[in-house]
Structure formats: C-alpha cells, structure tokens
Design a protein around this ligand. Structure first.
Ligand code: HEC
Ligand code: HEC
Ligand code: HEC
Ligand code: HEC
Length: 324
C-alpha cells in the first residue's frame, strides 16, 4: 500500500483509492449541489486561467498547474486510472472525507440489510469498519480540521518565499465551515441545510484553534531561512496562542486549553528548532485527541462570546431544496 504524506504529516488521499465526486453524487445529490457553489469546486476550472497562479507557477518552475504535484496537492483531487494520474476535480468530497474506494460500499450498505432491518450493533460495526478503511465522518472533528488546516496554513517554505504564494489566510473553523462549505442536507432528508448547534460550534471553535496551533508549530519547525514564511508561521502560532489564552480564561472547566498554551510556549519560535517544536506540536495533538474524546461542547458555554456569528461566515450556505 502506498501512502502519500503531505507536508503537515497527515496522510493525503491516495490517488489509487479516489473514486471521484460523481460516484458520491449517485446518492448525495444535494451535498454535491452545495459543493458546486464553492471555491473548492471552482478552483478546478479557474486556477489554470488565473494570472496570479501563472506567476506563482513560473517562479516555482511549474509548467502545467493541473498536472504537477506541487499545486494539485492542495487545489485538486487526483485519481489514478490505469497507470496515469489525473486531476479530476477541485477540492472534493474525498479531500475531506478520505479516499472512498475501500469504504464507499461499506458505509452505505446497511450491513447487507436495509435502514429498517439493520440492528444498532450492526450499524455500529459498519461505521467502525468504514472508518478503519479511511472514511472521515462528521464526528471525527480532529481529523476533519487537520485536513482543512493542512491546506489553509500553506505550510510550504519554498512556495511562500520563492513562489510568492500567500502564507495561508485568516482561517477559522466555525466561520469557514458554516458558510458556503455547509452541506448538512443528508440527515434532514434535504429539508434543511442544518447549521452546527451551539455545542458543536464550541467544539469546532476550540478544536479549530488547537489544530491551527499544532499545524503552525509544525510549519515553524520546517522553517530554515529568515524570510516571510518563517515570519508568517511564527505570527500564526502567536495568534492561535493568544486566542487559546482568551479561551482558557472563559472556559476554566476545560483544563486542556491552558495545557495547549503551555506546550506552545515550551519551544522557541526560531529557525532550526525542529525537535522541540515538533514535540510541542505532538503535545498539542495528544490534548486535542483527548478533548474530542472527553467533551461534546455542552459544558463549554464560556466560549460563546468568542465564537463568530452568522454575519462573519465565509460565503453563504446553500438553501436545501427538499429533494435528496
Ligand atoms: C449508494 C449510495 C451512496 C453512495 C454512492 C455514497 N453514499 Fe455516503 N451515505 C449513504 C448513506 C445511505 C448514508 C447514511 C447511512 C446511515 O444512515 O447509516 C451515507 C452517509 C454519508 C456520510 C455521513 C457519515 C456520518 O458521519 O454519519 C458521509 C460523510 C458520506 N456518506 C460521504 C460519502 C462520500 C464522500 C461518498 C463518495 C465517495 C459517498 N458518501 C457515496 C449512501 C451513499
Ligand atoms: C499547501 C497547500 C497549497 C499548495 C501546495 C498550493 N496552494 Fe494555492 N492556495 C492554497 C489555499 C488554501 C488557498 C486559499 C487561500 C485562502 O485560504 O484564502 C490558495 C490560493 C491560491 C491562489 C489565490 C486563488 C484565489 O482565487 O484566491 C492562487 C493563485 C494559488 N493558490 C496558486 C497556487 C499555485 C500556482 C500552486 C502551485 C505552484 C499552489 N497554489 C499551491 C493552498 C495551496
Ligand atoms: C471542505 C471539506 C469538505 C468537502 C469538500 C466535503 N465535505 Fe462533507 N462534510 C464536511 C464536514 C466538516 C462535515 C460536518 C459538518 C458539520 O458537522 O457541521 C461534512 C458533512 C457531510 C455529510 C453529513 C451531512 C448531514 O446531513 O449531517 C455528508 C453526507 C457529506 N458531508 C458528504 C459529502 C459529499 C458527498 C461531498 C462532495 C460533494 C462532501 N461531503 C464534500 C467536510 C467536507
Ligand atoms: C486539499 C486542500 C484543502 C482542504 C482539505 C480544505 N480546503 Fe478550503 N480551500 C482550499 C483552496 C486551495 C481554496 C482556494 C480555492 C480558490 O479560490 O481558488 C480554498 C477555499 C476555501 C474557502 C473559500 C474562501 C474564500 O476566499 O471565500 C472556504 C470557506 C474554505 N476553503 C473552507 C474550508 C474548510 C472549512 C475546510 C475543512 C472542513 C477546508 N476548506 C478544507 C484548499 C483546501
């Protein structure tokens, strides 16, 4: 089995296991319609025509944006057919939910029965099996967030310093997931595109900040020259750290938050400090795993004043159209 390691250490989708969004569309029509209105979808067509993209590509020595790994890793979904790898879509279903080949039949198969006749235990076993085959479900917030930040922090030194690619953006998980990206239309049977409730928003907010911190620490760890990349990534650690300090103050009942901040101060934000910075990131990672196991957000009411509200969301959520 071949694994593709992204710069951030997470396992990127294996092109040999990508089935493509059309395979999902067979059942998930509404979710696909919502996706088609996002930047994630449109980048497939728009990026190669973009003047700025052409400049970045030229500086990086990339001739064909859609076929060289440097850009496709974050802008496209790559599928292997026979012996050829081909960019088949922008950032699509499997960029976030995991390459589908090994789990697509399992997750939707109701254990060979129907939704009505499958027992609870069978359903549990089915989901467990699908996840063991690489499916990233809704509740796997830490993994979902790691995917977002792995792209959105842009943790690649050369691309930023030499290519002039922006060093990520002011990504924040509540505001960036509840706007154009939202597609919770499946379990409502297409009646509604259900926004995250208050408890879920608290988890999105906290886990998002923690993953931002973790990803930025790993990004600084890779910094080798005193140029914009190192500066931006250190700034990002600092920003995440300050926000977590504010969160720790209003949610003292979640001691893990202050511990994340402690880890973040355990390694100096300087060049050539990979070992200590990586250890700090690993510490944050362990805390995030226990946060997602231990809490569901209901007790974190203290965070509410910090969480972005509707007007601050990135883009607009698509309205459900009542058929799925
Ligand atoms: C043959 C129909 C079918 C296809 C094809 C299909 N799905 Fe599903 N999907 C389902 C069904 C049915 C469920 C809900 C199962 C249940 O209620 O227990 C589901 C649920 C889901 C969920 C929600 C999981 C959760 O956390 O509860 C996700 C995410 C998902 N599918 C993603 C995908 C992706 C991505 C693809 C393409 C790679 C895909 N599906 C292809 C039928 C399908
Ligand atoms: C590590 C992931 C990553 C890689 C690798 C990457 N990009 Fe990006 N790129 C992004 C993200 C994320 C954004 C969106 C920025 C944001 O968060 O607003 C983006 C935005 C852009 C934009 C601005 C697009 C717009 O419409 O606003 C251009 C142009 C661009 N990238 C070109 C490239 C080119 C050309 C390459 C290959 C040489 C490349 N990118 C490689 C992650 C990446
Ligand atoms: C940018 C990442 C991303 C992309 C791309 C993406 N999803 Fe999702 N998906 C998520 C996240 C995050 C959630 C959970 C959202 C929440 O809980 O508010 C989710 C939830 C779902 C659900 C559960 C919906 C419900 O009613 O609760 C289904 C089904 C699903 N996605 C299918 C798909 C399909 C099919 C595609 C491709 C057309 C797709 N997703 C593309 C990140 C993504
Ligand atoms: C495989 C890389 C990748 C992953 C994973 C990813 N994104 Fe993105 N995202 C991008 C790129 C690249 C763009 C810019 C596309 C463009 O405009 O050309 C983008 C754009 C966006 C935009 C539109 C920004 C704008 O300028 O309006 C939102 C919102 C967004 N992403 C949210 C998310 C969320 C939330 C997640 C995780 C649930 C996520 N993304 C996961 C690469 C990714």
């Amino acid at each position: 089995m071949i694994f593709f390691f992204g710069v951030h250490g997470a396992i990127a989708s294996d092109p040999a296991k990508i089935v493509g969004p059309n395979a999902c569309a067979e059942c998930h029509k509404q979710e696909v319609e919502a996706w088609k209105e996002t930047h994630h979808f449109k980048t497939f067509r728009d990026l190669p025509r973009d003047a700025e993209a052409k400049k970045i590509a030229e500086r990086m020595g990339v001739r064909r944006i859609r076929s060289e790994s440097l850009c496709v890793n974050c802008h496209y979904t790559v599928q292997r057919k026979d012996d050829k790898e081909e960019a088949i879509a922008g950032i699509s279903c499997e960029s976030c939910h995991g390459a589908g080949k090994d789990w697509i039949k399992i997750h939707s198969g109701f254990s060979g029965k129907t939704a009505k006749t499958e027992t609870k235990a069978e359903a549990q076993a089915r989901w467990k099996l699908a996840e063991s085959k690489g499916m990233i479900r809704r509740h796997a917030l830490y993994q979902l967030a790691k995917n977002c930040y792995g792209c959105h922090v842009v943790p690649q030194e050369d691309l930023v310093n030499k290519g002039g690619h922006r060093a990520g953006s002011a990504f924040e998980l509540v505001s960036w997931s509840q706007g154009e990206v939202l597609h919770n239309t499946w379990y409502s049977r297409g009646k509604d595109n259900v926004p995250a409730d208050a408890a879920r928003k608290r988890m999105l907010y906290l886990v998002g900040l923690g993953v931002e911190l973790e990803t930025a620490l790993r990004a600084v760890a890779k910094a080798t020259v005193r140029k914009p990349y190192a500066f931006f990534m250190a700034q990002r650690v600092d920003r995440a750290r300050n926000r977590l300090v504010a969160a720790a103050k209003v949610a003292p009942n979640v001691p893990e938050i202050a511990k994340m901040v402690e880890y973040a101060h355990s390694a100096a934000l300087k060049l050539n400090n990979e070992r200590l910075l990586t250890a700090a990131a690993d510490g944050v990672s362990n805390l995030l795993t226990s946060i997602t196991e231990k809490y569901d957000g209901t007790t974190m009411t203290g965070l509410d004043g910090l969480i972005p509200v509707t007007g601050q969301f990135k883009g607009t959520a698509r309205k459900a159209s009542a058929v799925n």
